[in-house]
Design a binder for this molecule. Structure first.
Ligand code: BT5
Length: 269
């Protein structure tokens, strides 16, 4: 279902851009595609510049992490990927997930006033449920040159997620009249550009205070499963973005994002 006043054509959002480079490269605004991350990877391999993007009304094979899928029905969300060619050593590139989380949290807060928070490491939540998921994928051009495809799936309308995910998923429309997606897009691109440039100039310390203030995982009781399994209190993030969890025996554990699932002991968050 499409909404006439909620177009994602480039002509509808380009006038709202306040960025220097993001959204000003090659833009693919599609009605339907398999996955915006996959499309943008192909564009990157063909030489698309930093800041190029791919978005669509509907994904037929939207991807989550670890081979999981992402529901992306027509007109219901902001299914978006942004191409970055960051000025960062390659081993720091995964930290861009936090820039995307911060930027999307800021965009949602600015445009809707909702209290969107970051669930470490790659979700945005509102009212204890998942509003947005982030999927970062890298590609190498040479030994030192690489690109990052930063994919975000933001649920805007109620139809974004299927009934069986009602217990853990949410959309903006569950809380507020849905705003035009072009406003969310413009606010996100501006915040992403700022966060990435802070990361480039000041390292993780440049985004850590903002991240700490918006990360609802910190201070919570969490259960970590996957490569490690433990239950404890999430105390802080370290300089590499790892979650520091203190178990009840007083030990502090460093949890890396790649291969774990973190759920609140009392629920999803
Ligand atoms: C994520 O994975 O949260 C990353 C999702 C990234 C999606 C964007 S859309 C644009 C770009 N192009 C792509 O192909 N992908 C990116 P993960 O943490 O693995 O969470 C996936 C899990 O979230 C699924 O197994 C479901 O349980 C749940 N899920 C699927 N669709 C959802 C939705 N629309 N809303 C909330 N939860 C959903």
């Amino acid at each position: 279902m499409y909404h006439d006043s909620d177009s994602l054509d480039a002509a509808s959002w380009q006038p709202l851009l306040t960025t220097r480079l993001l959204g000003r490269g090659e833009n693919a605004c599609l009605l339907e595609t398999d996955s915006t991350n996959l499309r943008l990877r192909l564009m990157a391999q063909a030489g698309a510049p930093h800041g190029s993007l791919c978005l669509c009304e509907q994904q037929t094979a939207g991807r989550g992490r670890l081979g999981r899928s992402w529901h992306s029905p027509a007109g219901q969300g902001l299914w978006l990927s942004v191409l970055l060619r960051p000025k960062l050593p390659m081993d720091k590139a995964p930290l861009i997930t936090f820039c995307a989380a911060l930027a999307m949290a800021r965009a949602v807060r600015e445009v809707t006033g909702l209290d969107a928070q970051i669930k470490w490491p790659n979700d945005l939540v509102c009212g204890g449920k998942k509003l947005c998921g982030i999927l970062l994928e890298m590609g190498t051009v040479s030994d030192t040159e690489y690109f990052v495809v930063t994919g975000t799936g933001l649920n805007v309308r109620r139809g974004a997620y299927p009934p069986e995910l009602t217990g853990q998923a949410a959309s903006l429309e569950d809380f507020t009249p849905p705003p035009p997606r072009r406003e969310l897009l413009a606010a996100y691109l501006a915040a992403l550009e700022e966060a990435v440039s802070r990361l480039e100039s000041d390292g993780f310390d440049g985004i850590l205070p903002a991240l700490r203030s918006l990360c609802c995982t910190l201070g919570s009781r969490v259960h970590v499963s996957g490569a490690v399994t433990l239950t404890g209190t999430a105390e802080d993030l370290d300089a590499s973005g790892a979650l520091m969890v203190r178990t009840d025996d007083g030990q502090l554990h460093r949890v890396l994002s790649g291969d774990v699932s973190v759920r609140g002991v009392m629920g999803y968050v």
